[in-house]
Design a protein around this ligand. Structure first.
Ligand SMILES: *Cc1c(COP(=O)(O)O)cnc(C)c1O
Length: 397
């Protein structure tokens, strides 16, 4: 009899042969600037823990305390018996931090996009995406019955072309949603959200921004891209983000009007049908907001390190693309070269992974570095020296 699961090993083998399989690297201990990866002490240069908050004493203490007072699990989904005072407090604190009417916390950023987008637009609607939007947005859009259109990456005239066409569409669309990443995770460039919002406003379209890589990085005190561009809540209707990156914990969230919150939690199936965060998660997220409000130095240090790194890398002659944020791609071309460079950096004590096709174009393989405020300037110099040595060996500079 034929084994009905034989495709599992076959398809995996195909991935291995085309070098598209993931080989997991294991952190033995916390995600700190110097950490132990696969048994070797290395400088962490590819974590999303931008501000080092995943090991901040205030967050750890808050989590421990919440386990003592509330236990390790919530026992239910939010709408039944899984809304604790900690969840309510977190949403109120987040809304205040963002200067929004209300916020809602989801289990993850992925669950937010997958749960909310198909509720905002459906049959008779149009959703318009930047071509480089994150996979969780793509999946959220796929779950929607709305028609789809894509505009060229960051290209507002092209977005306007799509909006003009949408306006002429017969029968008229019921609703139009424009959706974009705030900071694009492969190149580190910032969406022109001010101009996107202006274009959308002209056509009466909603604007949804996924600010996963902008929070804790952009805007006043790390408040994110909406703050960065000084936009109002009537210009950006859904500000989405995650606690899993600069906030150092886990969990997705949206901020906007009270009407958005009421709508979103009554309709998002990922929110309604999946268990709520354990108390230590909610408490640590609250503590992360405290830290951002009370310790502005972390965001400042992040940017100082970023400038130090970019300047040195450019002087060395590396192609670091057109990043405007602490994500700095080091573009090398062939995927085999990116893999060799990553391997050599690891031997030299720097952990930064290659990003290759199909995540980026075939000839744009790169090492994606992400800066961290918990590093010292000397650590940043260690990384620069490793890039210089490996780059010369591989004749990249
Ligand atoms: C990481 C990321 C997500 C997913 O967030 P999680 O909370 O980790 O699920 C969504 N969108 C973008 C742009 C991201 O970078």
């Amino acid at each position: 009899m034929r084994d009905p699961t034989s495709f599992l090993a076959q398809e995996y083998q195909q991935l291995v042969e085309s070098e598209l399989d993931w080989r997991l690297h294991v952190l033995e201990g916390p995600s700190t600037p110097w950490c132990e990866v696969d048994g070797k002490k290395v400088l962490m240069f590819c974590s999303n823990n931008y501000l080092g908050l995943s090991n901040h004493p205030a967050l750890k203490q808050a989590a421990i305390e919440a386990v003592r007072t509330h236990g390790v699990g919530s026992g239910s989904v939010r709408p039944i018996a899984g809304t604790m005072d900690l969840h309510v407090e977190l949403e109120q604190r987040l809304a205040r931090f963002k200067g929004a009417g209300a916020s809602l916390v989801y289990q993850s950023g992925f669950a937010t996009n997958a749960g909310l987008i198909p509720q905002l637009v459906g049959d008779g609607d149009l959703v318009i995406s930047d071509e480089l939007n994150h996979g969780s947005i793509i999946d959220g859009v796929r779950l929607s019955k709305a028609e789809r259109a894509v505009y060229r990456h960051g290209d507002v005239p092209d977005l306007e072309r799509v909006l003009d066409e949408a306006e002429r569409h017969q029968p008229s669309y019921r609703r139009v949603l424009v959706i974009t990443d705030g900071v694009f995770s492969m190149d580190g460039d910032i969406a022109p959200l001010d101009r996107i919002a202006a274009a959308a406003a002209k056509h009466g379209a909603m604007v949804y921004v996924d600010d996963a890589h902008g929070e804790g990085v952009l805007g006043e005190g790390g408040r994110g891209i909406v703050s960065h561009f000084h936009l109002g809540r009537n210009q950006v209707h859904v500000e989405m983000g995650t606690f899993s990156k600069a906030f150092g914990v886990v969990g997705g969230h949206i901020s906007g009007s009270q009407a958005l919150r009421d709508f979103a939690f009554n309709k998002s199936r990922t929110w309604l049908l999946s268990g709520s965060h354990p108390p230590p998660v909610a408490a640590a997220c609250i503590a992360a907001i405290d830290v951002l409000e009370q310790e502005p130095q972390h965001v400042q240090t992040l940017w100082r390190h970023t400038e130090r790194f970019k300047k040195a890398m450019r002087q060395l002659g590396f192609d670091i693309g057109h990043s405007e944020t602490p994500i700095t791609p080091v573009i090398v071309g062939e995927s085999s070269v990116a893999k060799r460079l990553s391997q050599r950096l690891f031997e030299l004590g720097v952990f930064a992974l290659p990003i290759v096709f199909p995540m980026v174009a075939k000839d744009k393989a790169r090492i994606r570095t992400i800066m961290n405020a918990a590093l010292t300037p000397e650590d940043v110099d260690v990384a620069i020296a490793a890039f210089e040595k490996a780059g010369r060996e591989l004749r990249l500079i």
